[in-house]
Design a protein around this ligand. Structure first.
Ligand SMILES: [Zn+2]
Length: 466
C-alpha cells in the first residue's frame, strides 16, 4: 500500500492525497489550491495525477479547498465514484456551481485586460456542465456504517465537527498477505465547543494517521470572548451609525455568526435593531441546507429549537438577492452588519463592500476565519496601509478586528486532545493541511504524544507500507 501527498502538503489549501491499495487508486479529497492567481491557476489546471486512473474519491467535506477541483477531475476523464455524506453532496452542488460563477466573473475582468494587451484569454478551470457530470458520480455514505467500496477496502465515516457534513475518513485495507492497515484521515477537525454541530469523534485502531495542522501551534481564545467582542462592535457601529463588515465563508462561518447574534439578542445585548445583511446568494442556499439537516445539531441547537427559536433565523436579517441590491447597501446608512463572501476576500461581493467601507475609520472589518498567505484577507489582517481591491488602490483606515475563536478548526489543545484519543495503534503519522511551520509543529506534537514516526510530507512525496 502507498500514500502520496499531492495537495495540502506544506500548505493549507488544495487537499489531495492518493491511497493506492489492492490495485485501486483512491483520492482523499480533491481541493482547489488557493493563492496567487497565476500560480493557483497553473497548479489547479495541471493535476499531478491522471484522472482516468482514479477509481474513487472520498470527500471529507464540501469546503472548496477540499472539493473544488472535483469538476476538473471529471472534465479530464475521471468516471469513478465519489463517496461523501448526503449533506456534503448537497453543499457541493451549490458550492461548485458558485465556484464556476466566480471563475467566470473573475475571468471576464482579467480577459478584458488580456485582450487589450493582445494576449490570449484564460479559460475557466471547469464549467457547470462538469459540475452536473460530477453530481452523477456522488454516492452518499451514512455515518458509522462501514461500506466495502472495493475488495478488501472498507470505508467508514465519523463526525469531524467542522462544517455541516464534515467527516473523519477511516479506510480499512486488508491485503492477501495479511498486511492490514487502518488509515484515519482527519479532514478538517472542528472545535470541540463549536455552535450548532456535534462534537468530533474518536475512531480507534488506526495505524496510519493523516492529521490537519491549520492551528497546530496556536491556542484559540475561549468562545465567551466571541459574544463579548461582538457586543462591543455592535455598540461601536450603533454609536457611529457605521458598518460592521464580516467577510465570511458562506458555509459554516456565516451560520455560526447568525447563531451568535441570536444568542446576544436572547440575552438582550443587541443595542437596537441593527440590520443584518447576508450578502451572498450561496449563504442563503447553504443556510437552507443547514436548516434541513437538524439530525446533525448539537444539544444546544436542539434546545433552541425546542424553545421555539430557530438558531439560524435572526429578526431583522435580510438575504440580499441581486447584485444591484448588494450595491445599494453602499448608500444605505448604518448601523448595519454585512456578512459577505468570500471568507478570504479573494472574490465575491465582499470586495465591493471592502472598497466602499475600508476608507472610513468608523467602520469595522471583522476577520473571523483563517486567511491563507497571499490572499487579500491576509493583507487586511496584517493591516497593510493600502489594499488592491477590484483593481483599485484603497487606503485601509477602517478598524480591523480579528476573532480567532470562531475558527471552525481545532487549535493545538483540541488537536492534542483528539490525537491522544485516537493514537494508541498509530505507527505512522503525517501532518498535512498547514503552512510549513504549522506542519512542523504538528509533527513535533505527534512525537511528543508518543507516535513513533511523524513527518510533514513534501508535495508529491510517496510513502510505502508493507
Ligand atoms: Zn474545511
Amino acid at each position: 500500500m502507498k500514500i502520496t501527498f499531492y495537495g495540502a502538503a506544506q500548505t493549507t489549501t488544495g487537499s489531495m492525497h492518493l491511497v493506492e491499495a489492492n490495485g485501486k487508486r483512491i483520492l482523499l479529497d480533491c481541493g482547489l489550491y488557493q493563492g496567487h492567481r497565476k500560480e493557483a491557476f497553473e497548479k489547479n489546471r495541471n493535476l499531478p495525477i491522471d484522472p482516468k486512473t482514479i477509481d474513487y474519491v472520498i470527500l471529507s467535506h464540501a469546503h472548496i479547498d477540499h472539493s473544488g477541483n472535483l469538476p476538473q477531475l471529471v472534465r479530464q476523464g475521471f468516471r469513478g465514484r465519489v463517496f461523501a455524506r448526503q449533506s456534503t453532496m448537497e453543499l457541493c452542488d451549490i458550492m461548485l456551481r458558485d465556484s464556476c460563477f466566480l471563475q467566470k466573473r473573475d475571468l471576464e475582468c482579467i480577459n478584458k485586460k488580456r485582450r487589450k494587451a493582445g494576449k490570449n484569454p484564460f479559460e475557466p478551470l471547469y464549467e457547470e456542465s462538469d459540475v452536473e457530470a460530477l453530481m452523477q458520480l456522488f454516492t452518499p455514505v451514512h455515518m458509522h456504517q462501514p461500506r466495502e467500496i472495493a475488495p478488501g477496502i472498507t470505508l467508514e465515516l465519523f463526525n469531524a465537527g467542522h462544517i455541516l457534513g464534515s467527516a473523519l475518513v477511516q479506510l480499512d485495507v486488508r491485503s492477501d498477505h495479511g498486511h492490514n492497515h487502518r488509515i484515519l484521515f482527519s479532514g478538517d477537525l472542528g472545535q470541540p465547543d463549536q455552535p450548532i454541530l456535534r462534537h468530533y469523534e474518536y475512531p480507534s485502531g488506526a495505524d496510519i494517521l493523516l492529521v490537519e495542522s491549520t492551528y497546530a501551534d496556536r491556542y484559540h481564545p475561549s468562545a465567551d470572548d466571541v459574544e463579548l467582542r461582538l457586543e462591543k462592535y455592535l455598540k461601536h457601529i450603533d454609536r457611529h451609525n457605521s458598518k460592521l463588515l464580516i467577510p465570511a465563508f458562506s458555509v459554516g462561518r456565516t451560520q455560526q455568526i447568525i447563531y451568535y447574534l441570536n444568542r446576544l439578542r436572547e440575552r438582550g445585548k443587541v443595542p437596537r435593531e441593527v440590520k443584518v445583511y447576508i450578502d451572498s446568494p450561496l449563504s442563503q442556499k447553504a443556510t437552507r441546507i443547514y436548516a434541513n439537516h437538524r439530525e446533525v445539531y448539537n444539544d444546544e441547537a436542539r434546545r433552541m429549537i425546542a424553545a421555539g427559536q430557530n438558531p439560524l433565523e435572526y429578526p431583522g436579517m435580510t438575504f440580499v438577492g441581486t447584485p444591484q441590491e448588494s450595491m445599494a447597501l453602499n448608500d444605505t446608512p448604518g448601523p448595519m452588519i454585512i456578512i459577505a463572501a468570500s471568507g478570504m476576500c479573494e472574490g465575491g461581493r465582499v470586495l465591493h463592500h471592502l472598497r466602499h467601507c475600508a476608507e472610513d475609520p468608523d467602520n469595522i472589518i471583522l476577520i473571523v476565519g483563517f486567511q491563507a498567505e497571499n490572499t487579500l484577507g491576509r493583507r487586511i489582517v496584517e493591516k497593510r496601509e493600502q489594499l488592491n481591491v477590484l483593481g483599485e488602490t484603497v487606503n485601509l483606515r477602517a478598524r480591523v478586528e480579528v476573532i480567532n475563536a470562531l475558527s471552525a478548526h481545532a487549535d493545538r489543545s483540541g488537536l492534542s486532545d483528539w490525537i491522544r484519543e485516537v493514537k494508541d495503534n498509530v505507527r505512522h503519522a503525517f501532518a498535512v493541511h498547514g503552512e510549513p511551520e504549522k506542519v512542523a509543529a504538528m509533527a513535533e506534537l505527534l512525537k511528543d504524544l508518543g507516535v513513533p514516526s511523524a513527518v510533514a510530507p513534501q508535495p508529491g512525496q510517496t510513502y510505502k507500507f508493507d
